[in-house]
Ligand binder design. Structure first.
Ligand code: APR
Ligand code: PHB
Length: 389
């Protein structure tokens, strides 16, 4: 089988790239390890930057996000009983849109169906070949048979645990990583959100986040031990702990209910340099991971896709190599800014096991300075709503 761009991974990065290239008449095949149902069952973050919305619009699939997504003009940071609202509208006149990643993925799959884009599910033993040639290819197993997909380019959109990053020779890639000494215990509940905006809480008992998917579906997180397990947490225990970590007026207003999803996610910062090797280009979690504190995972996959989409369109239009040559440096320049912001938000809002009394005072002083300094709030707002592509 032959295509122009082989895309490994049918998550948000792979599907979005396939739909944008399809719009330019560039043929793609998406190879996905899991079933469509499995991909759609994933519960992930739910805050879209304007850049992500614009990309969905470029692909012709922003209608539902625009109709059902909830624009947010600010967010709240609380510390103890105090809180500060970061006013996106006042500082950067740009909202974020609350719209679950699951919904984005549904919209992407609907678009792939409508466009007849090939998304092959259930592949295994995916191997990349001849990346340093002009005729790369991908072999894989499907239903007990071996297949080879020849192509011009390979987009590695297969996430942190995929095979693409590993296809770059170890001596050609450099890894940067920080694993945080805690996790996030998340609960999804069919309850009205506790507040009309997100609340990021730094409390003496640890971090908490009050988020939402819509006005009747709420998403909450509490910082938990790295080795914790969901079985250690009844719904009642979760709600009690959440109440202890958010300001009293919100704790009193909290509407609880049965969890319809409960899971623990690890937190890490991770970057692979470069994001290109020959005809292989990495996008999204395949190349970088951020702690979810800044809601940047999906949005940074989107900016990678933007750069690669532009570069591939130029190459197919007139053979221009410049975009492809510039891709890794251009994508990484924004990735590192996002890594910094996500690390900073995580360091500001979580309690670390080895934190000294001085460290705690510095965290409190940072929060107090943020609450007192409009310029500092403007910097947070600019990073949170999304840096320019
Ligand atoms: N072969 C084919 N597909 C694979 C392979 C493989 N060897 N390994 C992984 N995959 C698939 C996974 O099943 C998944 O569907 O690649 C896809 C990668 O998707 P994501 O992990 O969602 O990564 P990405 O598309 O970059 O999106 C990043 O998604 O997971 C969230 O937090 C993440 O918000 C971020 C966003
Ligand atoms: C979520 O709604 O899942 C969410 C929102 C904001 C974050 C992280 C997760 O920073």
């Amino acid at each position: 089988m032959k295509t122009q761009v082989a895309i490994i991974g049918g998550g948000p990065a792979g599907l979005l790239l396939s739909q944008l290239l399809c719009k330019a008449g560039i043929d793609t095949v998406v190879l996905e390890r899991q079933s469509r149902a499995h991909v759609l069952s994933r519960i992930r973050a739910g805050v879209l930057e304007r850049g992500m919305l614009d990309l969905l619009a470029q692909a012709g699939i922003a209608d539902r996000a625009r109709a059902e997504g909830i624009p947010h003009d600010g967010t709240v940071l609380s510390y103890g009983a105090q809180e500060v609202r970061i006013d996106f509208k006042a500082h950067v006149d740009t909202p974020v849109t609350v719209y679950g990643q699951t919904e984005v993925t549904k919209d992407l799959y609907d678009s792939a169906d409508a466009n007849g884009t090939q998304v092959i599910h259930g592949v295994s033993d995916v191997v990349l070949h001849d990346l340093d040639s002009n005729t790369p290819s991908v072999t894989y197993q499907l239903d007990g048979a071996s297949h080879r997909l020849t192509c011009d380019f390979i987009a590695g959109c297969d996430g942190f645990h995929g095979v693409s990053r590993q296809a770059i020779p170890a001596d050609k890639r450099r890894i940067f990583e920080k694993v945080y000494p805690f996790g996030w215990l998340g609960v999804l509940s069919r309850t009205p959100p506790v507040h009309d905006e997100l609340i990021y809480a730094n409390s003496e008992r640890g971090f908490a986040l009050c988020s939402m998917r819509n006005t009747s579906l709420s998403r909450y997180y509490i910082q938990c031990r790295q080795d914790d397990h969901v079985d250690n947490w009844s719904d009642a225990a979760f709600w009690d702990e959440l109440r202890r970590r958010i300001p009293p007026q919100h704790a009193e207003a909290l509407v609880t209910g049965p969890s319809i999803e409960k899971s623990i996610a690890p937190l890490r910062s991770f970057v692979c340099e470069p994001m290109r090797y020959g005809r292989l280009f990495l996008c999204g979690d395949a190349a970088h991971i951020v702690p979810p504190t800044g809601a940047k995972g999906l949005n940074t996959a989107a900016s990678d896709v933007h750069y690669l989409n532009q570069a591939l369109r130029s190459w197919y239009a007139d053979g221009a190599e410049a975009g492809l040559e510039r891709y890794s440096e251009q994508a990484l320049a924004r990735v590192w800014k996002v890594e910094r912001f996500s690390w900073w938000m995580t360091s500001l809002l979580h309690r670390f096991p080895d934190q000294s009394e001085f460290d705690l005072r510095m965290q409190q002083a940072e929060l107090a300075a943020l609450a007192a300094t409009p310029e500092a709030q403007a910097v947070l707002a600019r990073n949170y709503v999304g840096l320019p592509y």
